[in-house]
Design a protein around this ligand. Sequence first.
Ligand code: NAP
Length: 305
Amino acid sequence: MSLNVALVGIGKIALDQHVPALKASPDFTLAATVSRKGSVEGVPAFTDFATFLESRPDVTVVSLCMPPAPRYDYAEAALLAGRHVMLEKPPGATLSEVHALEALAKSKGLTLYATWHSRMAHAVAPAKAWLKDKAVQVAHITWREDVRKWHPGQDWVFEPGGMGVFDPGINALSILTEILPAPVHLKKARLEFPANRQTPIAAQLTFSGNVTADFDWRQEGPQTWDIEVQTSQGHLALRMGGNVLELNGKPSGGENTIMGEYPALYARMAQLVKTGSSEVDLSPMTHVADALTLGERVAVEDFHF
Ligand code: NAP
């Protein structure tokens, strides 16, 4: 039976990915939207979350697509009103608020799913399987994209809680924490903050186990979302944000499209609701929090959209 879901925060990612994924979903019906300005044609639209919760008890699942800083209040209200909750990435503005949501969901017997869409990329599961029994010698992440292209005019990414370049970088970290056969921890970070902004526009990270990362939001032209891992038994490269796999320099599977990621998230959410469970893995966000705790701050030139 299909579950009624409401999408909350109708902006870029809701329209690009959630709406098409839900329209094709065998598990969910998009039964309402809640957004101050946004809406989806043909779907009942609310502008106030409390009014929605009161008037639509038939909508048992709420998918929160607004930026992370305001998300906690919506998630808490939804859980208190007995709804299952799906969180866009990053799951919140702080680790402790997501721990609080996890405890609340548990106490109410509801599902909380902290999604990581990049973990659903085509080549992530095969990469994890290939690395499972191998010794990692060196790994490097290159995540360089153009913030003007992917977040046009979205000033919230440079405001406190917006995480700056870690907004895309956390996608790489969600893949890294999924595929590595053993966990790593941050040893050093260098963070480049535009002098007129609150969050970094670039970051270079050094982890234990010879793992490094280079995140940069100033990349024009070709965009790079690569993870390379050298092991004692060969070389693995994940390209296109985890969608394409290369083993020892040869194409070895995957598909160069991100369009499978959100359908897979909703299929997982349906499974979690059905089995009465939650999934909240905060390891990618822990690395970001560590970088913001430990990082050396370097001022770079002002950034304007
Ligand atoms: P966005 O378009 O700037 O924001 C989404 C919507 O959230 C806005 O249209 C707005 O709708 C609502 N919103 C904004 N600020 C709010 C506030 N303070 N309180 C309540 N609602 C607010 O952002 P986005 O690009 O869709 O990103 C949203 C989340 O998805 C982020 O966590 C991001 O990391 C994640 N994500 C984004 C992308 C991407 O390509 N952009 C990809 C994957 C994941 P109303 O004004 O109508 O209320």
